[in-house]
Design a binder for this molecule. Structure first.
Ligand SMILES: CC(C)(COP(=O)(O)OP(=O)(O)OC[C@H]1O[C@@H](n2cnc3c(N)ncnc32)[C@H](O)[C@@H]1OP(=O)(O)O)[C@@H](O)C(=O)NCCC(=O)NCCS
Length: 168
């Protein structure tokens, strides 16, 4: 369904379209002009610090940019990592985000040797909750007013996580 790859400069128009989508603006805001978008992409392409391993989600058939998966807050001592994602409006509801989370987990539990992957989403964001559950990240609890999103309000969030030992 998807491939994880680096961002390329020709992704910039698709990045700008994605970052004007109301759901992405609310839950996962990003750059708003081409120069900022290319900086944003290059930060995600550079894994050299060892603290994140983020990827573009590409269509393996034509290379189009479908979305983004951020793998960040890598803590090698604790063996854990946080994840976040968005998918462009035209590519939703066909398993793209779920496949990307699964591919990212293959990477973090495989080559990176980590043992726990987790993510947070606002309780109202039922699409993100569905992705987490479908990818096997259990709901571990609800955090009260834990994050202020771009609407200026602090939202309750679900914490979801999966252990390497839980994956077949
Ligand atoms: C959340 C998001 C990444 C989902 O991407 P996606 O590729 O459409 O997700 P998937 O197709 O893998 O969906 C997996 C499951 O999630 C649930 N789901 C996804 N979108 C949903 C929606 N709009 N409403 C209700 N449930 C939804 C479903 O259970 C779905 O499985 P199903 O289609 O077999 O029923 C996408 O909607 C998005 O980018 N939203 C804006 C940014 C965002 O919220 N990012 C996450 C911040 S924590």
């Amino acid at each position: 369904v998807i491939e994880l790859r680096s961002f390329v400069e020709s992704d910039v128009p698709a990045l700008l379209r994605a970052f004007s989508d109301p759901d992405i603006v609310l839950w996962n805001p990003g750059p708003t002009d081409a120069a900022e978008a290319w900086d944003w992409a290059n930060q995600r392409n550079d894994h050299s610090a060892g603290t994140h391993a983020s990827f573009a989600i590409g269509d393996p058939h034509d290379g189009a940019l479908l979305g983004s998966i951020s793998v960040f807050h890598i803590d090698a001592d604790q063996g854990d990592v946080e994840m976040g994602y968005w998918v462009g409006p035209d590519a939703r509801r066909r398993g793209v985000a779920t496949a990307a989370v699964n591919a990212a987990l293959d990477h973090v539990f495989g080559p990176l040797g980590l043992r726990r992957g987790y993510l947070f989403h606002a309780v109202e964001n039922i699409a993100s909750c569905g992705v987490a559950r479908r990818a096997g990240l259990r709901h571990e609890g609800t955090l009260r007013e834990s994050y202020r999103y771009p609407d200026g309000r602090w939202h309750d969030e679900h914490l979801h996580a999966i252990l390497a030992s839980e994956r077949a």
